[in-house]
Design a protein around this ligand. Structure first.
Ligand SMILES: Nc1ncnc2c1ncn2[C@@H]1O[C@H](COP(=O)(O)OP(=O)(O)OP(=O)(O)O)[C@@H](O)[C@H]1O
Ligand SMILES: [Mg+2]
Length: 340
């Protein structure tokens, strides 16, 4: 009986039901009518045939198909059939594996996109000052050197562009060192009040130039935290520099702090231009700027907040922002207070 091969019971029942349904349909054709129980039988046979046909694949076939799908990179494929015993467990494992591969692929795709964006951004940021340097030096060498005043102005522009490029490179190196964990930073006893006061003093001339009131409210009595002082000052410098930069003449920039629920929080608040709600979720991304042209004009590269976020999170803290467009912005940096 080898010619019979392996008969599947399911297939056999399916064929039987199909034959019964066909016989009843033939009767309908010849007699022109069916009694109600016969019509019901046709319906039931058809439904049962469909159900049996649907589950016709053997568990091993289902599993092999899934393995094939995975091998071909069809990571969205899943086993929907309910398989018995060990087959069922294997099916679940394959589904989980597919889910993981799918997630890993999406993550890799996102990382690749970020890498491409990053390279495009860096090239773009470098191209602008480089083009300026090239244009000014060409004009100088083709005769402008003779006019002293113009020459001096062009040289100042070249210097400005070179400064921009070197700031960009410095910021990129800083960010890459922070990201790779190459420079974990010192851990010394740091008073946030003192670090903020030093930065406020250093940036005071910048504020005065715009007649901005830069105010440091005395912090409550807060214990020192274990941190890298240089990096803490960098955080305050980037945030207070932004606050001054994005606040109009005669505005107010205020630095204050509170100690609550075991967290030391510093607020940097300004009465500046504010940030539109749709930009808020993205401003900590590298190179993200609300107004690229305006920020670039002011010498910004859009890396300041990305650096802040890395440093703060590297210290177990968090940074957040609240802003009303046209009214002002408050950045909030918080760290866990050391246990007594
Ligand atoms: N206090 C603020 N008020 C209004 N907008 C702000 C403020 N701080 C940041 N922003 C917005 O977030 C963007 C990103 O800030 P970030 O500090 O990363 O870059 P930048 O200041 O433009 O350049 P860089 O810090 O490299 O000099 C800014 O371009 C600006 O659009
Ligand atoms: Mg900045």
């Amino acid at each position: 009986m080898a010619w019979l091969g392996k008969i599947s019971l399911r297939r056999f029942l399916f064929a039987l039901l199909f034959a019964a349904a066909a016989a009843l349909a033939a009767r309908l054709w010849t007699h022109g009518s069916l009694k109600a129980p016969e019509a019901g039988l046709i319906g039931a046979a058809a439904v049962l045939a469909v159900l049996l046909a649907r589950n016709d694949l053997s568990p091993l076939t289902v599993l092999c198909r899934m393995a094939d799908d995975l091998a071909q990179g069809r990571n969205k494929s899943r086993i929907r059939e309910i398989l018995p015993g060990e087959y069922g467990r294997l099916a679940q494992s394959l589904n989980r594996l597919a889910e993981r591969i799918d997630n890993d692929f999406s993550r890799l795709r996102r990382l690749d996109e970020m890498r491409r964006d990053f390279v495009a951004n860096v090239s773009h940021e470098l191209r602008t000052p480089l083009a300026a340097i090239k244009a000014f030096s060409e004009t100088l060498s083709s005769g402008a050197l003779a006019e002293r005043e113009t020459a001096e102005e062009f040289i100042r522009e070249i210097e400005k562009s070179a400064d921009r490029m070197s700031r960009l490179v410095d910021d990129l190196l800083e960010l890459s060192a922070l990201e790779s964990g190459q420079r974990p930073g010192a851990r010394e006893s740091v008073s946030l009040m003192r670090a903020a006061a030093e930065v406020v003093a250093a940036l005071m001339p910048l504020a005065q130039k715009k007649q901005i009131v830069l105010r440091l409210d005395p912090f409550p009595d807060m214990p020192d935290i274990l941190a890298d002082k240089g990096q803490m000052k960098q955080v305050f410098t980037n945030l207070i520099d932004n606050a001054i930069k994005f606040t109009g003449d005669k505005g107010l920039v205020q630095v204050r702090a509170e100690l609550r629920d075991g967290r030391e929080t510093v607020f940097i608040q300004d009465s500046g231009c504010g940030i539109p709600a749709e930009d808020l979720p993205r401003i900590f991304e590298r190179f993200y700027r609300v107004d690229k042209a305006r920020s670039r004009e002011m010498g910004g590269t859009g890396l300041g907040l990305a650096i802040v976020k890395h440093i703060v999170e590297g210290h177990g803290g968090s940074v957040s922002v609240e802003s009303r467009f046209g009214e002002g912005t408050t950045f909030r940096v918080e760290f866990p207070a050391p246990l007594p």
